[in-house]
Design a protein. Sequence first.
Length: 167
Amino acid sequence: SGLTIRPGQENDLPALLEIHNHFVRETVATFEIEKATLENRREWLRGFDETGPHQLLVAEIEGLMAGYATSTRYHERPAYAPSVMSSVYLHPDHMGQGIGIMLYQALLDSLEKTGKVHRVYAGVVIPNPASEHLHEKLGFHEVGLLHEAGYKLGSYQSVRIYERRMD
């Protein structure tokens, strides 16, 4: 299939920016509203470490960026450090091909190896059956619903919260 999954690096940023900004502009999948720039994506990239709890993995097919998955701080208060927030975004041309599950599983496996992550959380703006199904297949369980937690594209959006144990 020519699929490669590896840690993200600086020269991936233009392709990652394109995917990210598609979701910012066209969907409620992210609650970001302002398009990102290369400059703020460089800053974002500095927050990842392939041996730590905050990671960025990318999926490439024959050298073309198919998507990325991240784990980031769940909350700024220090006691939350063993918990991370995860997300996965695929290029629109590469959805529904099984890449998301392989990429997300690679992220979870990598996080497990660090020994530094106790819980992984994910927020899914609903309805999003594909993302809900993906999280359930990867061992996440629904732990709550934030009713109309965000406002984007002209209406209030609710977020289903998923949790995955790592121990």
